[in-house]
Design a protein around this ligand. Structure first.
Ligand SMILES: C[S@@+](CC[C@H](N)C(=O)[O-])C[C@H]1O[C@@H](n2cnc3c(N)ncnc32)[C@H](O)[C@@H]1O
Length: 335
């Protein structure tokens, strides 16, 4: 039997992955995909629209073509379908800010080895969300989460019928996208976004912009430590899971169970590993990113999270794929 011949191609591709990240981020920052969509679809015209040297436009557009983000036909370029949909400014589905979400941590990822050498005693419960997470930082951060979270929130409210519910508490609700969409979907529902003080300022801005301030509020609450409201029949917690250790998340799930009204439901939408812990890659990397943040967090598996729910007393615990390969929704009811 012949053995597959091994080479270093895969390893070389992975190790240069950050070059590809940089190329995509520059494409977004320079507005290349928007320029191409608007007809500046050759190297020279794109260079003119971007205000960069023709040679640099050629470098970037050649790399992005090889990455299959651009399609090339002779001297004419078009955006790949996902790029055209999500990376052209002015479109309602524009997700450019989300593409740049990880960039503030760029230099720290270069120091990953040092971060992995940090002792446990240096870990901070709130990780990157400590006192340095200012209003200005929160504003940039949630411009990014809102650009992707609104789509996720719409998907949630298509999957989950909350028409019979009265009040939502959204733990770590960020921009408020889940509560804002709830208020727009159900004329009677009220909601409170619970988040850290700097984020509450920003959530209130999104809530006001969306014209739902009469039914959606935002309140400062550290969900790992502060009392949770006791008047909600729905709790949501989205995209927070890997920030915290198993003990902390188990404690939060217990406190949600205690605070929810009888008959209420809890939806935890998280970056969750399969039970064999072999993937998917996205939750695994979110867990690794917590080494950069200096938190206690890590990637949790489906059975970890089901265990937190069952241990807290939730019944009818179910698992639903939410965003393939990225987010899973775990739901439980309080009897
Ligand atoms: C990645 S964002 C997700 C925001 C929102 N749930 C969404 O899906 O768009 C994580 C949010 O959790 C908040 N958060 C993290 N730890 C928290 C804590 N202990 N108490 C309250 N909010 C917290 C952060 O401030 C941030 O707004």
């Amino acid at each position: 039997m012949s053995e597959a011949r091994l080479d270093t191609v895969r390893l070389q591709t992975v190790v240069k992955g950050f070059w590809e990240s940089a190329a995509l981020m520059s494409g977004v920052e320079l507005g290349l995909f928007t320029a191409i969509s608007r007809g500046n679809d050759g190297i020279e015209s794109a260079a003119g629209a971007l205000g960069i040297e023709v040679g640099n436009a050629e470098r970037l557009m050649t790399a992005l073509t090889a990455m299959t983000l651009l399609q090339r036909d002779g001297d004419t370029f078009t955006n790949a379908p996902d790029v055209e949909r999500f990376l052209v400014e002015g479109s309602p589905s524009y997700a450019g800010p989300w593409m740049l979400f990880g960039k503030p941590a760029w230099n720290e990822w270069g120091q990953l080895t040092q971060h992995l050498r940090q002792p446990k005693s240096d870990q901070k419960i709130l990780g990157k969300y400590d006192d340095n997470f200012t209003v200005a930082r929160a504003r940039d951060y949630h411009a990014a989460t809102y650009s992707i979270g609104l789509g996720a929130a719409r998907r949630f409210h298509k999957q989950v019928d909350l028409s019979g519910r009265k009040r939502i508490m959204d733990l770590g609700g960020g921009s408020g996208c889940y509560c804002i969409t709830a208020a727009k979907t159900h004329a009677h529902i009220t909601a409170v976004v619970l988040d850290l003080p700097s984020v509450v300022v920003v959530a209130r801005e999104f809530i006001a912009e969306n014209g739902v301030a009469d039914r959606v509020t935002a309140e400062a609450c550290d969900f790992t430590a502060d009392a949770l409201p006791r008047d909600a029949d729905v709790a949501i917690m989205a995209s927070n899971l890997p920030i915290y250790s198993r003990e902390i998340i188990a404690g939060v799930v217990r406190r949600v169970h205690d605070a929810l009204l009888d008959g209420g439901e809890f939806h935890l939408i998280g970056e969750i590993l399969d039970d064999d812990r072999r993937g998917p890659i996205a939750p695994a990397l979110w867990g690794l990113s917590e080494a950069i943040s200096g938190s206690t967090g890590l990637a949790h598996s489906q059975s970890d999270v089901i265990g937190y729910f069952v241990g807290a007393g939730f019944r009818d615990v179910s698992v639903t794929e939410f965003i393939p390969g990225t987010l899973t929704r775990i739901t439980g009811s309080k009897s």
